[in-house]
Write a protein that binds this ligand. Structure first.
Ligand code: SF4
Ligand code: SF4
Length: 201
């Protein structure tokens, strides 16, 4: 059901919210580094391969099982370094900028279907979009001037990501087969099947 809702999202309506919030990335790097919360930048299977090509590495080296899963998870997240920061954050910049995952292209904006716009917190504000919610995460770039053209381009990316998330979620359910991981390993279920990987540390 959410896929249909994602497909019917109105780009102009999303752009209206982005314009009203205002946004210009200051490259502060806060969304690429870990403070107290573990950094969990979601990576789709095709993005995992693209990141691997960009980094001249293997898919298993550029992404890891979500830190929020146990020994079974449904999400890849970008690999983190020893400090918990994104592995690709080098010299205060993204070293794979052209190939960065869609969650990085759209931060701090994201669509949710699972809950209505609720209480705003310091870390998150939410705006109603029909029966969806546009969530705005904590980001020092908000409140800055954005042109209509930039807002529409960003809104298109936000919608694209929402559609992709719903397609991925649907395919994960279709592909799911229970796999028991060996000790010290994790199973990541994605739209391409089950992957058993060693849990670092
Ligand atoms: S937190 Fe906001 S301003 Fe800072 S790098 Fe991320 S998107 Fe840009
Ligand atoms: S891939 Fe690039 S933009 Fe995304 S979290 Fe890592 S350094 Fe930041």
């Amino acid at each position: 059901m959410s896929l249909e809702r994602a497909l019917s999202l109105d780009v102009d309506e999303i752009a209206d919210v982005i314009e009203s919030v205002g946004f210009e990335c200051t490259d502060c790097g806060d969304c690429c580094t870990s403070d107290n919360e573990p950094l969990a930048v979601t990576v789709f299977p095709d993005e995992r391969r693209r990141l691997a090509r960009a980094a001249d590495s293997s898919p298993d080296e550029v992404a890891e099982p979500s830190p929020f899963g146990g020994n079974e998870t449904f999400e890849w997240t970008v690999r983190r370094d020893a400090c918990g920061d994104c592995f690709f954050h080098r010299n205060d910049a993204c070293s794979v900028y052209e190939d960065r995952p869609s969650v990085c292209r759209t931060y701090p904006f994201a669509v949710r279907f699972d809950d209505a716009a609720g209480e705003d917190t310091e870390a998150e504000r939410s705006f109603e979009l029909g029966d969806a919610t546009l969530v705005v995460g904590e980001c020092e770039g908000t409140g800055r001037t954005v042109t209509r053209k930039e807002a529409v381009e960003l809104a298109r990316e936000v919608k694209k990501r929402a559609v992709k998330e719903e397609r991925e979620a649907r395919a994960v359910v279709e592909e799911y087969e229970r796999v028991e991981p060996p000790d010290g390993a994790v199973v990541v279920h994605d739209s391409e099947g089950a992957h058993v990987v060693e849990r670092d540390g």
